[in-house]
Design a protein around this ligand. Structure first.
Ligand SMILES: [Zn+2]
Length: 137
């Protein structure tokens, strides 16, 4: 199984900074799943039924670029879920790889329509420097 993800660097535009007070907006980042190539049907079912997933369970800023199995404890006050990373598929034994496909930066943009001017935030993919140097050979 292969999971492809994007690393997003928030730079100075950190709308989510209230969740991670120990981080400055300059260092805020997260990983987001883009695509999955499943190794077997069972893993695909487990993934869509949330027995396994990419990164932390239900997180706001996910920093775990791993495939995890989830476990929940239920209390009268609520429920807590932990995750445990796995390196091989428990159903077919295939290796699990998480591959960073791209990096992106959150950019502030001004969108002007005839009616109004609007500020929006968009993730812009950053070019890989290693690929740039390959092109000059
Ligand atoms: Zn499998």
């Amino acid at each position: 199984m292969k999971a492809f993800y994007r690393t997003v660097l928030y730079g100075e535009y950190a709308g989510a900074s209230q969740f991670h007070r120990t981080e400055t907006s300059q260092t805020l980042w997260e990983v987001k799943l883009l695509n999955v190539d499943f190794c077997c049907k069972k893993m695909e079912e487990a993934f869509y039924d949330h027995y396994v997933g990419f990164g932390e369970y239900d997180s706001t800023l996910n920093k775990e670029a791993t495939i995890n199995i989830f476990h929940s404890d239920h209390f009268p006050e609520g429920c807590s879920t932990d995750s445990l990373s796995i390196e091989y598929c428990p159903f077919c034994g295939a290796k699990i790889e998480c591959i960073e496909q791209e990096k992106a930066e959150l950019k502030k943009k001004i969108k002007i329509t005839p009616a109004k001017e609007e500020t929006i935030f968009e993730e812009e993919v950053v070019k890989d420097e290693r690929q740039d140097s390959k092109g000059t050979d």
